[in-house]
Design a protein around this ligand. Structure first.
Ligand SMILES: C[S@@+](CC[C@H](N)C(=O)[O-])C[C@H]1O[C@@H](n2cnc3c(N)ncnc32)[C@H](O)[C@@H]1O
Length: 263
């Protein structure tokens, strides 16, 4: 099967189980909890009155949170079940968001030139076979002067399957795609997920930044985050200062990064 169809089936299956776990706490979201983390919040800034495209929005947690922060939000994803779950959550939360089924590598012309911010975070690029096409789509969706906010898992962290023993099962840079067939979900390892086969793609920091520049974006900042507030992938070490760090051989590696770029 085409990798894109395999991955869409996987995300449709994940959408059917997400929102019933502590990772995606739907009740808390509906009752008003904001879902952006500290790095997402800092990078996106004040969105009051802005047109925001939440690219690869999944079940819409951040779309709903951005709308509550005063943005006019469009959530785009290629998984219809994700969008259906997102729409249901938004309705329960009493928040208005437009939902669009679209491939992030080829956004429809109806979305072109419309957004002050394209916001995309936390596990988005690993599904993208063509990072140049993804960046061209972002560029096309932005108004002149609009900005991309990408907060993503660091490619070094994505490589690590286990820390003790140290096992790497993913390339640092693009190598054409790796096939996986793993049960469960990152949100709930015990979840019964109906479609488990995926094809995932490595993108090094250099490849991501170069793709942004080649698409015509100006890179405004590239921040590598060395700590975070919670152990969000089950591999970080909680430390005495209340922060969690990715420690390998005693040294700290980056766990996520923020790329800010503008058209
Ligand atoms: C890890 S989730 C994003 C998580 C999101 N930030 C959140 O907090 O819920 C990745 C999303 O990317 C979507 N996706 C994967 N490949 C895509 C593509 N080519 N076009 C559009 N959406 C895609 C999936 O359907 C999924 O909803």
């Amino acid at each position: 099967m085409d990798p894109s169809e395999l991955n869409r089936a996987h995300w449709d299956a994940l959408a059917a189980v997400h929102g019933q776990d502590a990772y995606y706490d739907a009740e808390a979201l509906v009752s008003g909890r904001d879902s952006l983390n500290e790095y997402e919040s800092a990078a996106v800034g004040d969105v009051t009155g802005l047109d925001v495209l939440h690219l690869q929005c999944h079940i819409g947690f951040d779309s709903i949170s951005l709308a509550r922060r005063g943005a006019r939000v469009t959530g785009a994803d290629f998984s219809p079940r994700s969008l259906a779950a997102a729409a249901e959550l938004a309705e329960r939360a009493g928040v208005s968001v437009d939902w669009v089924e679209a491939n992030a590598m080829d956004l429809p012309s109806a979305l072109h030139g419309r957004f002050d911010v394209v916001y995309s975070t936390a596990g988005v690029l690993g599904w993208i076979a063509d990072i140049d096409a993804w960046m061209r789509s972002v560029h096309a969706a932005l108004k002149p002067g609009g900005r991309l906010v990408l907060v993503e898992i660091h490619p070094i962290f994505v490589m690590i399957a286990s820390l003790d023993p140290l096992v790497l099962d993913f390339p640092y840079a693009f190598d054409g795609g790796r096939a996986f067939d793993e049960p469960g979900s990152y949100a709930d390892p015990d979840a019964d997920v109906a479609a488990t086969k995926t094809v995932e793609f490595g993108h090094s920091l250099g490849e991501v930044v170069t793709a942004a520049i080649d698409a015509g974006l100006r890179v405004d900042a590239l921040l590598e985050h060395m700590d975070t507030v919670r152990d969000w992938r089950g591999m970080l070490t909680p430390e005495d200062d209340g922060r969690c760090r990715l420690r390998v051989g005693g040294e700290i590696l980056p766990q996520s990064y923020t790329l800010r770029a503008s058209r």
